[in-house]
Design a protein around this ligand. Structure first.
Ligand SMILES: [Zn+2]
Length: 230
């Protein structure tokens, strides 16, 4: 299973076509992944060239001075599709934020800085699993999820798409092991049982619908699910 976003998604991001939480996921992943950063640079260059071609007043042949370069850049910014509000500042990276949970401190990706003011307090589930949602809007369900080491989360499926980005540590499920930088997309056809091993794990989850538990402690954990992804 690939642990990177597909080329189609990277290209859509470069062209400014992704919605808020999906775009955020790409911005966060590309901070951690050189491979996807390189791909994105290529797609962005191609998108910029397309914008130039569509905007002959700022074509390169008219360049003769620094002023013209400024004009080119200004024209280019106008011609490029506007990136979503959540990721608008990705090119001017602010300082990284840190966060504490379960007595541990983590540095967060800079792409999250803009939404940090929306982060709600941690909720604890038995002192083993913690979640904290970003209260952004009705559509973008973005949460931090912390799982202590040696914990198994009950098997569950998803009603919609769930993107999980591993920020620190690692976990495994039926399909493999995931480490910092992994990008996983699951849909309603995927059942999985995430489990941490000898280290804890901090993830960012981007969810389009609440997840549904399919086995075991389902009654308890469906409430757990609701609390996790309010
Ligand atoms: Zn990648």
């Amino acid at each position: 299973m690939s642990q990177h976003p597909s080329n189609e998604i990277l290209q859509a991001y470069a062209e400014g076509l992704l919605d808020g939480s999906q775009a955020l996921g790409i911005a966060v992943h590309c901070e951690q992944c050189q491979h996807c950063r390189d791909m994105l640079n290529e797609y962005e260059a191609a998108a910029a060239q397309t914008a130039l071609d569509a905007n002959p007043t700022v074509s390169e042949s008219t360049l003769s001075s620094d002023n013209d370069l400024d004009l080119l850049l200004a024209g280019l910014m106008d011609a490029l599709p506007e990136q979503d509000d959540l990721t608008a500042c990705v090119t001017q990276m602010p300082e990284a934020d840190t966060i504490s949970v379960n007595g541990r401190e983590f540095t967060l990706p800079k792409a999250l800085s803009k939404i940090m003011p929306h982060l709600q307090p941690w909720k604890s589930y038995g002192g083993k699993v913690y979640s904290a949602a970003f209260d952004i809007n009705e559509v973008d369900k973005v949460s931090l999820l912390y799982i202590d080491k040696g914990v198994q989360v009950p098997q569950h499926t998803h009603k919609g798409n769930e993107i999980t980005l591993v920020l620190h540590g690692s976990f495994k499920d039926e399909n493999g092991e995931y480490h910092a930088g992994s990008y996983l997309m699951k849909d309603a056809s995927d059942k999985h049982t995430p489990q941490t091993m000898d280290e804890d794990c901090l993830c960012l989850t981007l969810l389009s619908d609440p997840m549904v538990f399919t086995q075991g402690l389902a009654r308890i954990f469906n409430r757990f699910g609701k609390g996790m992804y309010p």
